[in-house]
Design a protein around this ligand. Structure first.
Ligand code: DCP
Ligand code: MG
Ligand code: MN
Length: 333
């Protein structure tokens, strides 16, 4: 389940320390760091449900997702109350780079580049110091830095969704409009609002054109306030839009994403965009173990991959489930 349990975790101090180390690796963002983030994620998952205080490296290694190196770190935390690795990894750039990565559209590489150029504060960026040029989206991200980095209560996500859904249905009553992401997982607060739009095609029509119209009307009504990423080709069945919205003039700005997909892919897309990312990874692994391949378009059989680079598909295979989540779950047993 997604919600934290009410029971007290006997290894909470260990989890907190590993999360801190994970955060540092996430900020550094090299390929190695990314692997470490994944591995600490797995370990923390296992630790959360482990019922008693860990007493040895050997015991720690029995926990799902905990390897030898992590087990040693766990015992270091338990025995000393600290983790030397955090001090070693927490170089002076980490705080600044973390700050910069809070700007919409800024990832580890840009944040490190700005740091290397001499930038240290958001004001340095606002004032164009050190010759740094911001993209339009980054400028908006900087302007609404606090709003964008504040999660909203799920009630507010619902209120905003309830404003937008009727506007969409006004445009076309046959639309399928669904809220996804953390809201659909039942989380108490949401980083953004993720909305899917699609439409059955049995009458020969599609949802093409709806998103552009909807965004226009939401802008007119002051619900959407800034665009961050606009689709390149409005005539595609599959589009992604990212922007900012607000419930009313007195509310904070909130991040909002719209996704349009072909109707036949809605189940796979719902599954993927509801997540979370760790759940998605396990689902893809489960599919792979059964000889299938799962992505946001569907579940595929007979995909042929390049043996020397598994990421490259030599044959897309045949789609065996995609319209509903139920059929995907069924095929995966
Ligand atoms: N997703 C994913 N891998 C990514 C990014 C996203 O699998 N790298 C999927 C799972 C997410 C979903 O897309 O749950 C929506 O992405 P969000 O970034 O909106 O994340 P959430 O809605 O889960 O959380 P938040 O409340 O922070 O928005
Ligand atoms: Mg979200
Ligand atoms: Mn999102």
């Amino acid at each position: 389940g997604e919600q934290p349990s009410n029971e007290i975790c006997p290894n909470q101090d260990v989890i907190d320390m590993l999360e801190k180390l994970k955060q540092i690796h996430d900020t550094k963002g090299t390929a190695d760091d990314k692997w470490r983030v994944l591995s600490y994620n797995k370990a923390v998952r296992g630790l959360r449900t482990y019922p008693k205080r860990i007493g040895s490296v050997k015991e720690a290694m029995q926990i799902n997702g905990v390897g030898e190196k992590t087990a040693q770190k766990i015992m270091e935390i338990i025995n000393t109350g600290a983790l030397q690795r955090i001090r070693y990894e927490n170089t002076e750039d980490v705080a600044v780079v973390t700050l910069f990565q809070g700007i919409y559209g800024v990832g580890p590489s840009v944040a490190h580049k700005w740091y290397a150029n001499g930038c240290r504060t958001l004001d340095d960026l606002k004032n164009g110091k050190f010759g740094i040029k911001l993209s339009t989206a980054q400028r908006i991200g900087l302007k609404f830095y606090d709003d964008i980095n504040t999660r909203m209560p799920r009630a507010e996500a619902k209120e905003i969704f309830d404003l937008i859904k009727p506007i969409a249905l006004e445009i076309d009553p046959k639309l399928f409009v669904e809220i996804m992401g953390s809201y659909r997982r039942g989380k108490a607060d949401c980083g953004d609002i993720d909305i899917m739009i699609t439409r059955p095609t049995d009458d020969g029509k599609t949802h093409v054109g709806v998103l552009k119209k909807l965004l226009g009307r939401c802008h007119e009504r002051g619900i959407i306030t800034e665009d961050l990423n606009i689709p390149e080709n409005w005539s595609d069945l599959e589009n992604m839009y990212r922007g900012l919205c607000r419930r009313d003039e007195n509310s904070r700005r909130r991040r909002i994403d719209f996704l349009t997909v072909p109707y036949v892919h809605r189940g796979a897309a719902l599954l993927y965009y509801t997540g979370d990312d760790i759940f998605n990874r396990s689902m893809r692994m489960k599919a792979n173990r059964m000889g299938y391949s799962l992505n946001q378009k569907g579940l595929f059989a007979n995909v042929i991959r390049n043996p020397s680079d598994r990421r490259e598909k030599l044959d897309d295979g045949t789609i065996i489930a995609s319209a509903t989540e139920e059929e995907i779950f069924k095929k995966l047993g």
